[in-house]
Ligand binder design. Structure first.
Ligand code: F0G
Length: 459
């Protein structure tokens, strides 16, 4: 009997051409880009794994929803369609639309976070941390230690260490801790899921200390998929039942809809509390737009509502997460050091183990990411020292425990042949890894979130 492979739960109705380039073209383009992959033009990239954010393919149903968009300034039917979808899928009855995830963070944090506050969580995403630090508050990473050993098998490496969390909560005044943030899945630790068991424990501790619990829910559906597969209690539950269970422990959520809701742009805040909603509405109107559109077109809210349903279908999630694992397994079988188990949206290469000869001061993960681009026109992203940025107080470089090159897989976009192409090139670099001896130095950097605009030179 043959093993039946995972087949996509869709077929392709429209295609976009992409062009391969030559190595010498890429060698020139990357110099012009100052060795910053964000500076490349998309035509200079063959397989673009920079991010899974906003890069997915919308369905025919989402496109048809676009035609039904209501562009009324106030009270648009698209707003109510989205409100109903959010209430059904997350259980949050209050919501504010925003133009993307970081905008949701900006509005929520303007409402709840002040200077001197502490915000514990599991490896906050960089925009989340940026918005916390911008307010002169501090993000405290309470992720379990297992997450920092890429060789260790653990089903829920996104989990929060309850002891670390309790230490923060018990040794600081409640008034200084506006919220705990659980990021599902945890992007910064490798797209790793958080278990319901852990969410329950965090919720128990949060209640004990009277602190609010929020989710950064960009990839909540992928998290729910892992719970179904790995947490016994939920093996027979649907993805939507699991999502509702996850959100039932939270006071609210911020969402970058560009991930699991499979739209190109959009975000929202979901809330249980009327008063927080009222306060946040003021900031939403100031920064985003009136509360029934908040930075989104009516048509985009329609596509997002439809995307929330499609993104929480089991068959879709199964083929998506197995495509990511397909890449992970090819790399792992060739000996390439990758974060294990594989994440939901991306494979994370452990750059320190790939290039141990490159000093950390020369940006190991960036060095590898540039090499993959030159090798095969593959654009990945550095999740290492450049992203970790400088300490806001001392201005010293922060060297994270892990230096990753992230290969993020856009949703419903590339075929497994593209994935094979990517794996083959990475394995070729792996085989000649000893030739790569030096990295880069920074020529220019912005004072905050420097990775987007950094300019580098070869050592
Ligand atoms: N939270 C998480 C966990 C994210 O991964 C992102 C974005 C955001 C918040 C911010 O959302 O981009 O809509 O403003 N992550 C993208 C990425 C950029 O490539 O991982 P946004």
């Amino acid at each position: 009997m043959m093993n039946i492979p995972f087949a996509e739960s869709f077929k392709i109705k429209m295609v976009e051409s992409i062009r391969r380039s030559t190595r010498s073209e890429r060698e020139k383009w990357i110099i012009d880009a100052k060795y910053n992959l964000f500076n490349l033009r998309s035509e200079q990239v063959f397989v673009d794994l920079l991010t899974d954010s906003g890069t997915g393919a919308m369905s025919d149903r989402q496109w048809s929803e676009m035609m039904l968009g209501d562009e009324s300034y106030a009270g648009a039917s698209s707003y109510y369609k989205l409100k109903d979808a959010i209430a059904e899928i997350t259980g949050f009855t209050y919501f504010l639309p925003t133009h993307q995830g970081r905008a949701a963070e900006n509005v929520l944090f303007s409402t709840l976070i002040k200077a001197g506050d502490l915000v514990p969580g599991n490896s906050h995403f960089d925009t989340t941390k940026g918005h916390i630090e911008f307010r002169k508050a501090k993000a405290i990473d309470c992720t379990i230690d297992e997450a920092f050993d890429t060789t260790l098998d653990h089903p829920f490496k996104g989990n929060i260490d309850i002891q670390k969390l309790e230490k923060v909560l018990s040794s600081n005044p409640k008034a200084q801790i506006p919220m705990i943030i659980i990021t599902v899945t945890c992007n910064s630790s490798g797209g790793q899921p958080v278990s319901i068991e852990n969410i329950r424990e965090v919720s128990r501790v949060a209640k004990k200390y009277g602190v609010k619990l929020f989710f950064d829910a960009a990839r909540f559906a992928e998290n729910a998929y892992f719970i179904k597969i790995r947490e016994k209690e939920f093996a027979r539950h649907s993805i939507r039942e699991i999502a509702r269970e996850m959100f039932s422990y939270a006071d609210g959520m911020t969402m970058s809809s560009k991930k699991d809701a499979i739209v190109n742009m959009g975000g929202f805040i979901g809330l249980r509390d009327k008063e927080i909603h009222q306060q946040a509405s003021v900031f939403n109107i100031m920064f985003e737009g009136y509360i029934t559109y908040g930075g989104m077109s009516g048509r985009d809210m329609n596509a997002l509502a439809q995307g929330l349903y499609e993104g929480t279908e089991f068959d879709y999630l199964e083929s998506r997460i197995n495509q990511v694992a397909y890449l992970g397994n090819m790399l792992k079988d060739a000996g390439v050091p990758v974060q294990f188990p594989f994440g939901g949206h991306a494979i994370f290469i452990d750059a320190k183990r790939f290039l141990p000869q490159v000093p950390k001061e020369q940006y190991v993960a960036q060095t590898l990411a540039v090499e993959l681009y030159i090798e095969g026109g593959i654009r990945a992203v550095e999740i290492g020292t450049i992203l970790a940025d400088r300490d806001p107080m001392t201005r010293e470089n922060r060297y994270p425990d892990l230096e990753f090159v992230r290969l993020a897989i856009p949703r419903r976009t590339y075929t497994n042949n593209h994935i094979q192409y990517v794996a083959a090139h990475i394995i070729n670099v792996w085989e000649r890894r000893n030739e790569i001896k030096t990295g880069y130095s920074i020529h220019y950097e912005a004072p905050i979130m420097r990775h987007f605009t950094v300019e580098l030179g070869k050592i």
